[in-house]
Structure formats: structure tokens, C-alpha cells
Design a protein around this ligand. Structure first.
Ligand code: ADP
Ligand code: MN
Ligand code: MN
Ligand code: MN
Length: 355
């Protein structure tokens, strides 16, 4: 059995309390060629007041599946600053966009286009709330806490479960929740999911580009927190094959018109537009999503578009309370847990407001 490398809190603590002599640590993070997050640190002479105070940096893209070896430099362009919950004090995490040498966005940089789209649609103040489902695995790639060589009892007691044998890894989830709050990520809740060792956190409502930014940051914080417990985070939409729930990223969406009295008209108009571009949406709603959108386990089938009030087997659900009050938001249940949130928020706004 592999042994996870865990940090030794008591050995580390005195060093983390040492005076930084006015210097600041900036952890730059970015999305790599496989959709995973990478990071590296640089020292700053003082705390930056704005993104524009930060340097454009670079890294070896041939080591991250982002560039060929003979033209490997990828540029890191700072996009947003977050307080660093791991190092504390004035230290920061810098969310960065990846740019190629020739001035084009790197293939992993879907933020650049999303910024443009959100700018074009800013009058309608698009809000998003994403429910990120994920699965925890131990260092040997077995679902975390599952009996070795066997399976836990069937699904039923685990969703929003409380108590030993129903809930796994609550300490990781609590640490992540607080780390998000400290960093200023708009985290709005957590719950244990239907499959044991599967969890969900929600981020939102966030306006425009902040949805993608806060989601990438929340994922980074989760992966980084779980690293300290020697636990792996999987965003695969069907992390365990068989009669176990898949994992999604339900994307809740509203515009100014939808949020006002009589907004149901705008919600219905948006659903009508979404129904005409099902295939285009599915194309950016995550890889291996066909393993999840089977029409079973609270999903609509990947091959067809459907919508309904309070219907968890549909592509789009109008929450019951939204239908009752006549305005609010819609929930797109199709996006998989491994989506790029910039691509998803981009196409939702493009389809409903810009076409
Ligand atoms: P579910 O019942 O589908 O599990 P959750 O409570 O997990 O729903 O998530 C609902 C999400 O919807 C939250 O992230 C919340 O921030 C978001 N949300 C609430 N109101 C709006 C709105 N007007 N526009 C967009 N998102 C919203
Ligand atoms: Mn939810
Ligand atoms: Mn859920
Ligand atoms: Mn949902």
C-alpha cells in the first residue's frame, strides 16, 4: 500500500511563524493541459494593491501538456488576487491566464473569451451558481473510506448524511469551507452526496467572470486541502462505475430580466433558445459526460433536451419556488463535474443573450 506524504504540523509550525521581513509570497495558479491545476510561488517586495502591480510570469509548458518542447514558454498573465489561507498574513494566491508566445490564448485559456462575452452581456447582469460535485479517493485510488476489497451498503443513507458509517472525511470538507471563506470565494454551501465519499459545494451567486474565477479557486483550495490529508480529489463525472451516482456541476443561471416580477417569461425564452443548441452545449459540458447523463440517477439522457418544474430528470429544471413566485433562475443540470466553468458560463450567456 502506498503511504501518503503528510505534512508534520508540529515540526512545520515554528517555521510558519517566522517573520517574513516585509516580503510577500505570491502563489500563481493556472489550468494545465489536462484541466488540472498547477502552481508555483514567487517572492514580492510588498503587498500588491491591484492585479496590475503583479508581474507577467512564465513557465515550461512542455512539462504541463501545454506547449511543444521547442517552443515551450507559456506566459502567466495575472487575472485575480485572493488572500492565501495556507500561508496567511499578506500572502496571496494569484489566478493567472495562460498565453502563448505568439499572443494567442493557450488552449487551456477559456477565460480570455469568457471575459469578452461577459462584457458584451454586462447590462443583463448574468448571475451564476455552480454546484460542484466531486469524489474523494485514497492514495491507492480506492474511494476514500470504502471497505478494502468490498463495497459500502447501497445508496440511501449518505445524501446529507450525519453519523459514523454514513459520512466520510468531514474534516477535509470543513477545512475547505473555511479556506474558501478566508480567500473571499463566494462559497454558498456544502452537502454530502448520494454516493459515499462524494460531496458537493456550491459557489454563487457570482456575476459574470467571477463565477469561473471563484470556481477555479475553490477547486484549487479543495485539492490543496485534501493533499494535507493524503486524499485525492476526482472531478470525473462517473468516478465509480456501476449503480453509484455520477458527479455533475449543475449550473444555476439568471439575468436581470429573469430576477424581476414576471421574469418567468425571460426564463421560458432562455429555455427555448437552449433547446435549439443542445449539441453545442453538450460539446463543452465535460468529458465522459455520456457515462453520467444516462437518464438514470437523477439525470436527463445526453441525447435529448428536456425541461420541467422541479424535474430532476430533465436537462433544465425550474426550481419549484421559482415557478411559484413567477421569477428567479433556471438550473442547467447537464454540465459534468469536470467542466471548465469559463466555457460553460460563456456558452450559456452566448446562447441566451447574444444570439
Ligand atoms: P439544488 O437544490 O439543485 O441542490 P443548491 O442549493 O445546491 O440547489 O444550489 C443552488 C445554487 O443556485 C446556489 O449556488 C445559489 O447560489 C444559486 N442561485 C440562487 N439564486 C440564484 C440566481 N438568482 N441566479 C443564479 N444562481 C442562483
Ligand atoms: Mn445542490
Ligand atoms: Mn448535488
Ligand atoms: Mn442542483
Amino acid at each position: 500500500m502506498a503511504v501518503p506524504f503528510l505534512k508534520n504540523q508540529s515540526l512545520l509550525a515554528p517555521y510558519m511563524q517566522l517573520d517574513q521581513r516585509g516580503k510577500v509570497q505570491a502563489e500563481y495558479i493556472w489550468i494545465d493541459g489536462d484541466g488540472e491545476i498547477r502552481s508555483k510561488t514567487t517572492t514580492l517586495d510588498s503587498k500588491p494593491k491591484a492585479v496590475s502591480d503583479l508581474k507577467e510570469w512564465n513557465f515550461d509548458g512542455s512539462s504541463t501538456n501545454q506547449a511543444p518542447g521547442d517552443n515551450s514558454d507559456i506566459y502567466l498573465r495575472p487575472a485575480a488576487i485572493y488572500p492565501d489561507p495556507f500561508r496567511g498574513g499578506d500572502n496571496i494566491i494569484v489566478l493567472a491566464e495562460c498565453w502563448n508566445n505568439d499572443g494567442t490564448p493557450n488552449k487551456t485559456n477559456h477565460r480570455a473569451n469568457c471575459v469578452k462575452v461577459m462584457k458584451q452581456a454586462e447590462k443583463e447582469k448574468p448571475w451564476f451558481g455552480i454546484e460542484q460535485e466531486y469524489t474523494l479517493f485514497d492514495i491507492d485510488d480506492k474511494p476514500y473510506g470504502w471497505p478494502k476489497g468490498g463495497f459500502p451498503g447501497p445508496q440511501g443513507p449518505y445524501y446529507c448524511g450525519v453519523g459514523a458509517g454514513k459520512v466520510y472525511a468531514r474534516d477535509i470538507i470543513e477545512a475547505h469551507y473555511r479556506a474558501c471563506m478566508y480567500a473571499g470565494v463566494e462559497i454558498s454551501g456544502i452537502n454530502a452526496e448520494v454516493m459515499p465519499s462524494q460531496w458537493e459545494f456550491q459557489v454563487g451567486p457570482c456575476e459574470g467572470i467571477k463565477m469561473g474565477d471563484d470556481m477555479v479557486m475553490a477547486r484549487f483550495l479543495l485539492t490543496r486541502v485534501a493533499e494535507e490529508w493524503g486524499v485525492k480529489v476526482s472531478l470525473h463525472p462517473k468516478a465509480v462505475p456501476g449503480d453509484w451516482n455520477g458527479a455533475g456541476c449543475h449550473t444555476n443561471y439568471s439575468t436581470e430580466s429573469m430576477r424581476q416580477k414576471g421574469g418567468m417569461k425571460a426564463i421560458e425564452a432562455a429555455i427555448e433558445k437552449l433547446s435549439k443548441r443542445h449539441a453545442e452545449h453538450i460539446a463543452v459540458y465535460g468529458t465522459d459526460n455520456d457515462q453520467r447523463l444516462t437518464g438514470k440517477h437523477e439525470t436527463g439522457h445526453i441525447g435529448s433536451f428536456s425541461s420541467g418544474v422541479a424535474n430532476r430528470g430533465a436537462s433544465i429544471r425550474i426550481p419549484r419556488h421559482v415557478a411559484a413566485q413567477g421569477y428567479g433562475y433556471l438550473e442547467d443540470r447537464r454540465p459534468a463535474s469536470n467542466i471548465d466553468p469559463y466555457q460553460v458560463t460563456d456558452i450559456m450567456v452566448t446562447t441566451t443573450l447574444l444570439m
